[in-house]
Structure formats: structure tokens, C-alpha cells
Design a protein around this ligand. Structure first.
Ligand SMILES: NC(=O)c1ccc[n+]([C@@H]2O[C@H](COP(=O)([O-])OP(=O)(O)OC[C@H]3O[C@@H](n4cnc5c(N)ncnc54)[C@H](O)[C@@H]3O)[C@@H](O)[C@H]2O)c1
Length: 406
């Protein structure tokens, strides 16, 4: 079933390959349920099976096969869509799932055109860009939700309640552990992948700021830090085993404004991918949140409980706020300021250090080839438990890391 134009919010997805395909599928799902309408797709690259455009003028819709095989108007740029004369392609909401360095210009353009935005994480490429985006949201009064989907997880409420009820005693620290695997195909998929800068623009695409950015943002939120002023100090220790400019194995310490110490041990060079975890460490136990699965484990001397919750997708949450059914966005752009303090520390840090090849083994072939750093999972855990960096802890591959040529 397709909703009648105008009856439900019209949603355009910008950036339809890669992660954007999931957004297209989700809007399709909302459309099936009569809650939204997929009004247009935007990407310089058309859908794989799209026919050659019949007309080429800016603003003219070109119809291509959408992800589900339907015929949805496709535009090469957001500007083309917003200047299109056809009323039924005009979006109420855009989902922006494009490279990091395009986030500020695209989100600003959309909001200035009166369109609400779901913007993929990381919010922007720098703290100054974040401030600019917040200013545009303020000035236009548009909604700008950022794609940290764990902020829509009801598991966060369970964690907050357990902490408030003193289930693990006094909180002594917050940690995050992310031990994932990314192979050669991942780094080769786009020119901006693994870059700190591209064509004179900040990109900052490393483990801390992109694949495991959710670990950072969620841990900070659990620590009570959402706005940039909630963060007092950030120390980053960046390394890479892949032949990339950015970091793929990093540790971060954050001290929040109220003095909570946080340690994040994050790698894309683990022997196997395990669920990323946020840890709340207490005097009488700990809480582990597997944020990808909305799964909470509360361990105390007398019990070991596991709970799983549901989550509200961020687009659904945005639509609820638009419709007045919810009061505030789950992940308002302003609430990503604390994360952006970490992003800024990564952006302005010295170049990541290459890990000595003697501490790296390579697995897989061709596109599936990926590095494994010695004992990296254990070192990431130690970072989270102690809020100390790899270098401070004495990880041999961090202490002896090779400084990049300048
Ligand atoms: N929330 C999550 O779990 C999650 C997961 C993966 C990626 N992401 C985020 O999604 C975004 C996209 O990541 P990706 O890995 O899919 O990237 P990608 O490079 O694989 O895909 C980006 C898409 O955007 C298109 N594009 C590039 N510039 C554009 C422009 N100016 N206008 C319109 N389209 C444009 C590209 O052609 C491509 O189709 C990033 O911000 C990334 O961090 C979020």
C-alpha cells in the first residue's frame, strides 16, 4: 500500500547506497504501514538497475528502480530535489546518509529549506561545524535528529534506573569496549574511508569517530554527558594496523564535568567481532550494556541478571515529535556535543601511529583480508576498566608504535 500524497510525511533519503539502503528499506516499511511516503531518492550514483535518465535538466526527476524495485523519483543532488517543481516530491523530512564531510552542508541546506532532518552520525567533521549546525537548527526551528540509534533504546532507561536505585553501589567509572573486524573491502568502498582529510576538508573517519562512534556516544550519555560543556577533558591515543591515514585501534579517556572517568578501548583489528559493550563500574558490581542488541547485564555479588529491551527507531521518533506525540528528540543535534568533543580531540590529535608489523598478523585473502593486533581485545578491556590509554597501560604495540613520516 502506498499512502496518498500529503496525507503522511513525505520522506526523501539522501545517500542511498551503503548504509542508506537500510534507511530506504525503513521508509518503505513505514510506507507499508501508512505512516510515511518515500517521495524521492537522492544520490549522485543512481540505483544499480536504473535506466539512463530521459531528461537531464536540474530539478527534473529521473525515475530509477528503487531498492525494493519500485519506481521512485531520483535526483543526483539535494539541491536538484529541493528545486524540483513537482509538489509530490517535496520532502517534509530528509534522511541524510552521506559521507561525514557532507553532513553540515546538506543538513543546513535541508533545514533552511524548511525540512526536518535525520542526519547520520558522526554529526559533523569538527566541533566548529557542530556549533554551526546547532545554530542553523536554532535559527530555522527545524528538527535535527542525529543517527546514534542507541539513544532510542529503552535499555538506556533500564541502565539509568539501575544506577539511580544503587544496584551496583556508587559509580566509579564508565567504560566502552569495541572489538570489531573490518576488512580490505570496507576501507576500499569509498574515497573518504579511513581518511582524516580529503580534498582539503576534514573527514575524521576512524574507529572512534565512525564504526564505534556509538560506543563513545552511548557511554558518554550513560555517564550523563551529552552537551559539549559536560566534558572536562579528553585524551586520545590513536593507532592503526591497516594502511590507512586514520586510526583503527584507539583508546580514549574522558573526564566529565562532574569528574566521572571514562575509558574507551576500540579496535577494528580484533580476531573476531564481538558485541560492543558499555560498562558502568560500581563499588558493588557492574552493568554491561550490549548496545547493538539492547541487552543489559547487571552483575552484583549476589545476582547476575540479563534483560533485553526494545528500541524506538530514530526516524519514528522524529515523526512522533513532528506530530506532537513526543516532546523531545531522542538524539537532538545539541545532545551530540559531548561526542563532538571526542571527535574534535581525534581531529586535532597528531597523526595515528602505525603499529609495528611484528605485533600484527593478517587473516583472510583479497577483499576479506584484515589485520589482527596482538591481544587487542584484552587491551581494550583494560582501557575500559582502568580509564587509561594503551600507551599508559604499556601495550607493547602502542609503546613501540612507529611514528608516521611528516
Ligand atoms: N548509524 C549507523 O549504524 C551507521 C552505519 C553505517 C554508516 N553510518 C553513517 O552513514 C553515513 C554513510 O556511510 P556509508 O558507509 O553508507 O558511506 P558510503 O560512502 O558507503 O555511502 C554514501 C552514499 O552517499 C552518496 N553520496 C555521497 N555524497 C553525496 C551527496 N553530496 N549527496 C547525496 N548523496 C551522496 C554516495 O554516492 C553513497 O551512495 C556516514 O555518516 C556513516 O558514518 C551510520
Amino acid at each position: 500500500m502506498s499512502a496518498a500524497p500529503g496525507a503522511v510525511p513525505a520522506i526523501a533519503v539522501v545517500g542511498i547506497h551503503g548504509h542508506g539502503a537500510k534507511h530506504v528499506a525503513h521508509v518503505r516499511d513505514l510506507e507499508e504501514r501508512g505512516l510515511a511516503r518515500l517521495c524521492a531518492l537522492v544520490d549522485p550514483r543512481p540505483q544499480v538497475d536504473a535506466p539512463a535518465p530521459a531528461t537531464g535538466g536540474a530539478g527534473e526527476p529521473r525515475h530509477g528502480a528503487a531498492a525494493t524495485g519500485d519506481d521512485v523519483p531520483w535526483y543526483p543532488t539535494l539541491g536538484d530535489l529541493l528545486s524540483a517543481p513537482e509538489a509530490d516530491v517535496r520532502p517534509d523530512v530528509v534522511v541524510l546518509s552521506t559521507p561525514i564531510h557532507t553532513h553540515l552542508p546538506l543538513a543546513s541546506t535541508a533545514m533552511r529549506a524548511g525540512v526536518d532532518v535525520l542526519l547520520e552520525k558522526p554529526t559533523t567533521a569538527s566541533l566548529a561545524e557542530h556549533a554551526e549546525l546547532v545554530a542553523v537548527a536554532q535559527e530555522t526551528g527545524r528538527l535535527c535528529q542525529v543517527g546514534f540509534q542507541t539513544f532510542g533504546s529503552h535499555a538506556l532507561d533500564v541502565v539509568a534506573r539501575a544506577v539511580a536505585d544503587g544496584e551496583i553501589g556508587e559509580v566509579t567509572g564508565i567504560g566502552a569496549v569495541g572489538t570489531w573486524v573490518r576488512d580490505a573491502a570496507y576501507w576500499a568502498r569509498a574515497p573518504w574511508a579511513g581518511r582524516r582529510r580529503l580534498d582539503g576538508r576534514d573527514v575524521v573517519d576512524g574507529v572512534v569517530t565512525n564504526p564505534l562512534a556509538h560506543a563513545v556516544a552511548t557511554a558518554l550519555r550513560v555517564a550523563g554527558a551529552t552537551r559539549s560543556q559536560d566534558v572536562a577533558e579528553v585524551v586520545v591515543d590513536l593507532h592503526h594496523a591497516n594502511d590507512i591515514e586514520a586510526d583503527d585501534t584507539s583508546s580514549v579517556r574522558v573526564v566529565t564535568a562532574d569528574g566521572t572517568r571514562c575509558g574507551f578501548g576500540l579496535t577494528l583489528c580484533a580476531p573476531e567481532r564481538t558485541p560492543a559493550r558499555v560498562l558502568v563500574l560500581g563499588t558493588r558490581g557492574r552493568i554491561e550494556l550490549e548496545y547493538e542488541h539492547d541487552r543489559i547485564r547487571i552483575v552484583t555479588p549476589t545476582s547476575d541478571l540479563v534483560k533485553t529491551t526494545t528500541r524506538t527507531p530514530l526516524l519514528d521518533d522524529l515523526l512522533a515529535v513532528r506530530a506532537g506525540r513526543a516532546r523531545r528528540l531522542a538524539c537532538d543535534v545539541r545532545d551530540t556535543g559531548a561526542f563532538m568533543r571526542v571527535m574534535e580531540a581525534v581531529r586535532t590529535a597528531p597523526a595515528p601511529r602505525a603499529i609495528d608489523p611484528d605485533h600484527v598478523s593478517w587473516e583472510g585473502e583479497g577483499d576479506a583480508r584484515h589485520p589482527v593486533v596482538d591481544d587487542v581485545a584484552a587491551w581494550c578491556e583494560a582501557v575500559a576498566l582502568n580509564a587509561r590509554t594503551f600507551t599508559e597501560l604499556g601495550a607493547p604495540w602502542a609503546v613501540g608504535a612507529v611514528a608516521p613520516a611528516r
